[in-house]
Design a protein around this ligand. Structure first.
Ligand SMILES: Cc1ncc(COP(=O)(O)O)c(C=O)c1O
Length: 406
């Protein structure tokens, strides 16, 4: 490899990493709250929070202090030994989880926590069929990919993925009921679909899913990896419908930026948890646990459901202005999961926003998605919304009258 091609961040990543990501040509080298900076010191307002991971802002000082203190003490401790940071984290998170779940398994990523939920369903029921939803996203390991909807992600792997997964129309109770049969081990659903386009199901859908699962003796698995941790207001998004799933998963923002995944079990399904059922070298490591305990304490004491609602309302009020635009089909907001569905492709708009200093995500081909930190300052919401509104207006007028396509 030529040395000249290894001189900057972009060349090094482009030359050495397997090309599995759709790359955006921005190198993020530091962050502070809801602002991030590139290698030249250029500032961006971050409405992505790194796909929901920097839940309470980048380099949150309370979380950083907890991580640094833990690093100085001990950073690794296998799950076969006991550890004080792990116990502290479990005690903290059970403040939110113990109303619903009695057992917890600590792993390293969202996808791993999904694999574990599926293992639980297969083992508990002795069946192998899973009902997932159209446009679902549950991860990309072999098991989690099998319940992820997008066929593009599965190309060349169809022969090794679980071919007993069927997809039901998201939000459609009747269809869900029809897809579940005597071979079904579990229904797996996101309470609000994230990557699928920030889709909010009709009121009562999760309740119906709970009833269908209970009637037919199958497990209800609720994937809270993106929607959990107060992202939509309550700690779990499923709380809105007053249901309790058999298994739920959390990841992303749990440890404020340090990799972690969590699977939660009700008393009844926790009987699958025999020795050796699932272990993982890094699972429950003290570093992630110390970061997680600090994050949860902040959610208990400093960043409440009311704070999320206030920010959600602010976005909602400001983005109201988008509704008059012809390129905008719909604005969907649940807490701080925000999607602007366009009548055109979202990617050029997201790129234009980045050029103007606002980082956003796509969610499918036509949805611009915002997943800001839960404590984003109100002034930054205003600043970002000014840019979003201006950019979409300009984009619309650039496209001229030919944009009203449907
Ligand atoms: C709802 C949902 N489930 C699962 C995953 C997979 O998590 P990870 O990327 O940590 O494997 C994601 C990631 O975006 C997600 O949004």
């Amino acid at each position: 490899m030529r040395m000249s091609s290894m001189e900057n961040i972009y060349d090094i990543e482009d030359n050495l990493l397997l090309k599995t990501y759709v790359k955006r040509r921005i190198a993020i080298v530091s962050g502070n709250g809801s602002e991030v900076y590139d290698e030249k010191g250029r500032r961006f307002i971050d409405l992505t929070s790194a796909y929901g991971v920097a839940l309470l802002g980048h380099s949150n000082p309370v979380i950083v202090e907890a991580i640094v203190n833990q690093l100085k003490k001990i950073s690794s401790c296998h799950g076969s030994f006991y550890n004080d940071a792990r116990a502290d984290f479990l005690r903290e998170i059970s403040y939110f989880t113990s109303r619903f779940f009695s057992r917890i398994l600590l792993v390293n990523s969202g996808a791993e926590s999904v694999d574990l939920a599926l293992k639980t369903a297969f083992k508990k029921t002795g069946r192998s069929k899973i009902v997932a939803a159209n446009r679902s996203f549950h991860g990309k390991t072999l098991a989690s990919l099998s319940v992820t909807w997008n066929p593009d992600y599965k190309k060349g792997l169809e022969h090794v993925l679980n071919n007993r997964v069927v997809f039901s129309e998201y939000g459609n109770e009747e269809d869900l009921k029809n897809k579940v049969d005597k071979d079904t081990a579990a229904i797996i659903l996101e309470p609000v679909q994230g990557e699928g386009g920030v889709r909010i199901p009709p009121e009562g859908y999760l309740k119906a899913a709970r009833e269908i699962a209970s009637d037919k003796g199958v497990l209800l698995i609720i994937d809270e990896i993106q929607s959990g941790m107060r992202r939509t207001g309550p700690f779990f998004a499923f709380e809105r419908e007053g249901i309790v799933p058999d298994v739920a998963m959390l990841a992303k923002g749990v440890a404020g930026g340090i990799p972690i995944g969590i699977t939660l079990f009700t008393e009844e399904v926790s009987t699958v948890g025999e020795t050796g059922f699932h272990t993982s070298t890094y699972g429950g490591n003290p570093l992630a646990c110390a970061a997680g305990a600090a994050t949860i304490r902040l959610l208990r004491e400093a960043v409440t459901e009311k704070d999320v609602e206030e920010r959600s309302r602010k976005f909602s009020n400001r983005l109201e202005e988008l509704k008059g635009l012809r390129i905008v089909r719909e604005v969907r907001i649940r807490g701080l999961m925000i999607g602007v569905e366009l009548r055109i492709r979202a990617k050029p708009v997201v790129d234009m926003l980045a050029d103007r200093g606002v980082l956003a995500l796509t969610a499918g081909p036509t949805v611009v998605r915002f997943l800001p930190a839960l404590n984003i300052p109100l002034s930054l919401i205003d600043e970002a919304c000014n840019v979003i509104i201006e950019t979409m207006r300009e984009y619309e007028s650039k496209l001229g009258s030919s944009t009203a396509t449907g």
